[in-house]
Write a protein of this length. Structure first.
Length: 539
């Protein structure tokens, strides 16, 4: 199951909450292989996971993957995340993907390239009409990350390997090379580590494709070695500030090593918990020892790890997560908590857990209706990346240090200018709530979101300026998913109203009567999945 097929993934995850699928996937390690029997149970025969042109008794097959076409539209400003290789963009943007999947004996080949085109129109971004201290605060996070507000000044298009891989599969294990998007953690909308927010990256992988059952319970694990690229773009649309304040890219790539492990105790059905760790470093600073290639096995404490390692430019993130599914209550709840800096020792880690942290939490609840197979769904998630009040003590003031997904030398935890994990923006907090009616793959719903943008920058730049208020986006969206035989449509129409957009004030604003600049904008998205083969999605 690819993490960039949200309709199918949400459908299968919902089936687990309803208690009608049999496999014990944690949904903290994606993608995973789709079990045919479970889809048949969930949909009562309306959805068949038989996408093969031919399938023999040894389970060898050749499949035509579904054609996927996504079109988005942003007016006035950028909005939205979790769109894979699609960029923050104003105007129209398109995504196209198609390919095939082959399995013969232990060999698995998947070819699913992606093509993206973005109009990339100019828009009112960061104005730069602030004192020098404010502009330097803005570029502090831009220089220690890689998150441009606009990707150049021309339309952007590129062709990429996308969701492709060549692997060897034996029993529950898979090993090989891949450019698939991966999603680690239990989140529905976001993740602290890896999500479907950025273009995928080439990586070697050793992973479980289904839970490995033991006498203690089930385990899911993945270890990867990958290569991340910088965007090469200036962060703002202000040439003068870019030239003067931005820390330029060197052209080097980042070496990435990461691991995730999820455990499901056999004594607590539906309960999962685990840990992920990532470590990245520019290749020019990398050594040639074993621990330089696999730093995920190094100690967490600086007293053991060493205080002299900061000069090597390594950046680590560690997250702990849990998920509990209660089918009898048609309910699930989950959390993920992360830290992005080595602790001094275990005592400091326990007594000061809020340092350099981020977290998310969410839930899903389903209610049956009077019609068989139809449900009401309520699901929500909150993501918090803003630094804690701990910064005022640790850094002697409100300025704080690096925030989640930033680093002094390794810069952003990103690929081609987009965050690999949380996509709403550096130091941003977001709350999402969806209310919908569900029937199979079909959905009608409303999405409510509140996004507080770049709070770490706000406190660094404006905490002593009473004439400025946080930039907050409130939005409401209409959701519509529909299946017609071989075709699945997923649509979203979202209105966003920004208060104090880009921290700008109206001309008549006064310190005793603040009036921020408020703007409205629209975000629309339509995704189509079409199954070309003879067996897929027959009703």
């Amino acid at each position: 199951m690819q993490p960039n097929f949200p309709v199918l993934e949400e459908f299968y995850r919902r089936g687990q909450v309803l208690g009608v699928n049999t496999n014990n996937f944690s949904f903290t390690l994606r993608p995973f292989d789709l079990p045919k029997s479970d889809f048949e149970k969930i949909s009562k025969g309306n959805f068949e996971n038989d996408f093969s042109l031919f399938l023999d008794k040894k389970n060898n097959y050749f499949s035509i993957l579904p054609l996927r076409q996504t079109v988005t539209l942003n007016t006035k400003r950028t909005y939205g995340w979790g769109n894979g290789p699609m960029l923050p963009n104003v105007g129209v943007q398109t995504y196209t993907s198609m390919g095939f999947s082959l399995k013969y004996s232990i060999l698995r080949v998947q070819f699913a390239p992606e093509f993206v085109y973005a109009q990339n129109r100019p828009f009112q971004g960061y104005s730069g009409e602030f004192p020098e201290s404010v502009n330097r605060a803005r570029f502090f996070y831009w220089s220690f990350g890689d998150y441009p507000e606009r990707f150049g000044d021309k339309p952007v298009s590129f062709f990429w390997w996308g969701q492709s891989k060549i692997t060897i599969q034996a029993s529950f294990l898979e090993a090989g090379i891949s450019t698939e998007n991966i999603f680690w953690g239990p989140g529905q909308f976001s993740s602290l580590t890896f999500s479907n927010n950025a273009r995928s990256f080439p990586h070697l992988t050793l992973r479980t494709i289904r839970p490995a059952k033991t006498f203690l319970g089930s385990f899911e694990v993945e270890i990867i070695v990958g290569r991340l690229e910088d965007s090469g773009y200036f962060p703002s649309q202000l040439p003068n500030l870019n030239q003067r304040l931005f820390n330029r890219f060197t052209g080097d790539y980042k070496y990435l090593n990461a691991i995730t492990l999820t455990y499901q105790p056999k004594w607590i059905p539906g309960f999962y918990f685990g840990v992920s760790r990532t470590n990245q470093q520019y290749s020019e600073q990398q050594g040639d020892k074993f621990v330089d290639y696999f730093p995920i096995f190094e100690p967490f404490q600086k007293t053991v790890y060493g205080f002299d390692k900061d000069g090597e430019g390594r950046d680590q993130q560690v997250t702990f997560f849990g998920r509990w599914v209660i089918p009898k209550g048609k309910f699930e709840i989950y959390f993920e908590y992360g830290r992005r800096d080595h602790a001094y020792n275990w005592r400091e880690a326990i007594l000061n857990p809020e340092h350099a942290r981020a977290y998310l939490a969410g839930f899903k609840k389903l209610w049956s209706t009077s019609k068989e197979g139809r449900f009401y769904q309520l699901r929500g998630e909150m993501l918090h990346q803003q630094q804690s009040v701990n910064r005022t003590i640790r850094y002697a003031g409100f300025g704080g240090g690096y925030t989640w997904h930033t680093h002094g030398q390794a810069r952003g935890f990103s690929n081609y200018g987009e965050a690999l994990g949380a996509g709403p923006g550096v130091g941003s907090n977001v709350q999402s709530l969806e209310i919908s009616q569900i029937s199979g793959l079909n959905k009608r719903g409303v999405l409510l979101e509140r996004l507080v943008n770049h709070q770490d920058f706000f406190y660094r730049a404006f905490v002593r300026n009473s004439s400025k208020q946080p930039w907050v986006d409130y939005s409401i969206g209409l959701l519509w998913d529909q299946q017609w035989n071989h075709l699945i449509l997923s649509a979203k129409a979202q209105y966003i109203h920004a208060f104090n957009y880009q921290w700008q004030s109206e001309q008549n604003s006064r310190p005793d009567f603040y009036q921020g600049k408020h703007i409205g904008a629209f975000f629309g998205q339509i995704s189509l999945l079409y199954f070309l083969n003879r067996n897929g999605l027959d009703k």
